[in-house]
Design a protein around this ligand. Structure first.
Ligand SMILES: *[C@@H]1O[C@H](CO)[C@@H](O)[C@H](O)[C@H]1NC(C)=O
Ligand SMILES: *[C@@H]1O[C@H](CO)[C@@H](O)[C@H](O)[C@H]1NC(C)=O
Ligand SMILES: *[C@@H]1O[C@H](CO)[C@@H](O)[C@H](O)[C@H]1NC(C)=O
Length: 407
């Protein structure tokens, strides 16, 4: 178990995905590999595949006929944002009263949401009004799971520990919120009444899509309140302070599953799990446009829609400066950072299943710690590479390899 990371020749790191898997993944990976070829090829057969895969996943994973009912209406679910504040007493309680635990300071009237959101942001923000935002659900919040690895990466990373002071964890359900309050100062519940997002099996259900879109809407609110943000999935390890690697002139910068070499090229395959967005009129309009585009592409995930609209002339008209971040600094299991002297973040993208994710993330953290333990000269000359992906290799689950669950 404790074997040292392998020193492999760099040429062996690229993995080729089987074509059919890759094709399906472009629609189902919530970490959004771009489907850039969609405009040049027939979309109809793919649309059929998409529908088939949705049906299969729904049948396999939920076995409930009503999971198949897609509701793309934008209304319907009341939306509450609860503030972070320590409970006087309810840790460990498992009461099921939806209002009691989270929102115990007032009636939870929707009109207060903005005020509450602003309060949490203010407490967490850096001097230049930048916050780091991560989302969390119950499955990822459980002890010894994703969230613990996420936080551990901040604590062991270079220049990342202080960033925890600026991290706002947005809990998607009550259990995640309670857990967050046990270990973090800036927690915040984004609860959609009537929906429960507590485990990963809800992926791509109407409820899941609704939640993802709520997230876009929340981030729009954050921008409108004048806060810049780095949004990060919790299955991203923070090994170095990313801020020195961001472009100074960009409005919206986003990590990639596959980086093609030019940070301005919209053909890059963005991954919405990590982005840095400055608050200004252009980004606010962009987020409104993105959110409203769910009507244009009903049934699609926010990141799929991003891949559609990134070519839209509207974005050029806005003057939005969009940049794609190099996987040399912002890598992932799809395309690992090749030099541990440069890596800022590593994402467990291209990965199906929570267990696989946990397994590979743990190894990733071990690799990082081993690298840190090397003497400086060895570090610099090191050609050390990650021992992952292992369990996250696609194709391990033939039937559902196309359903790449992340939240
Ligand atoms: C919380 O309050 C309940 C009664 O409402 C009590 O039984 C319990 O011991 C309290 N827990 C803590 C940690 O104070
Ligand atoms: C990068 O892409 C942009 C936009 O497609 C293009 O204008 C620019 O010339 C490219 N830069 C290089 C060095 O290829
Ligand atoms: C946005 O545009 C308005 C005018 O349309 C301007 O008054 C305001 O200062 C701008 N805000 C930002 C953050 O640029």
């Amino acid at each position: 178990m404790n074997t040292a990371p392998l020193f492999r020749p760099q040429t062996t790191t690229r993995r080729k995905l089987p074509v059919p898997t890759r094709l399906l993944r472009t629609r189902f990976n919530p970490s959004f590999p771009a489907s850039t070829s969609m405009f040049s090829e027939s979309t109809f057969p793919r649309a059929v595949l998409v529908l088939v895969a949705i049906s299969i996943s729904a049948l396999i994973l939920y076995g409930a006929a009503d999971s198949l009912r897609f509701n793309s209406s934008s209304s319907g679910y009341p939306f509450n944002i609860f503030p972070s504040h320590r409970y006087s007493n309810n840790s460990g309680s498992s009461n099921s009263d939806p209002k009691l635990s989270i929102n115990d300071d007032d009636g939870g009237g929707g009109g207060d949401d903005d005020y509450k959101l602003e309060k949490v942001l203010k407490e967490a923000a850096m001097e230049d009004k930048t916050v780091i935002i991560a989302t969390l659900n119950e499955a990822w919040a459980a002890p010894n799971t994703i969230i613990d690895l996420f936080l551990e990466s901040f604590r062991t990373g270079q220049g990342t520990r202080r960033l925890l002071n600026h991290l706002v964890i947005v809990a998607l359900d009550r259990k995640a919120y309670r857990r967050c309050m046990e270990f973090h100062a800036h927690c915040f519940a984004l609860v959609t009444e009537g929906l429960d997002f507590h485990d990963e099996a809800y992926f791509m259900t109407p409820a899941y899509l609704e939640m993802m879109w709520r997230r876009i809407d929340l981030l729009r609110s954050v921008l409108q309140m004048g806060y810049n943000f780095v949004f990060t999935d919790a299955d991203i390890m923070w090994f170095r302070d990313p801020f020195p690697r961001f472009y100074l002139d960009a409005d919206f910068q986003i990590a990639c599953d596959h980086f093609l070499g030019n940070s301005s090229d919209v053909q890059n395959r963005p991954n919405g799990g990590f982005n840095y967005v400055k608050s200004n009129n252009r980004t606010i309009e962009f987020y409104k446009f993105w959110y409203s585009s769910r009507e244009t592409y009903p049934g699609y995930h926010d990141q799929d829609v991003l891949n559609f609209i990134k070519f839209d002339p509207f974005i050029e008209d806005l003057g939005l400066k969009m940049r794609f971040l190099d996987t040399a600094f912002f890598g992932g299991l799809c395309e690992p950072s090749k030099d541990l002297n440069l890596v800022c973040t590593m994402h467990a993208n291209c990965c199906y299943g929570l267990d696989s994710k946990l397994h590979d993330l743990r190894i990733m953290l071990q690799d990082w710690k081993f690298f840190l333990s090397l003497p400086p000269t060895l570090k610099r000359s090191s050609s050390m590479l990650w021992r992952v992906p292992q369990n996250c290799r696609l194709g391990k689950h033939p039937l559902i390899a196309c359903l790449n669950f992340t939240i």
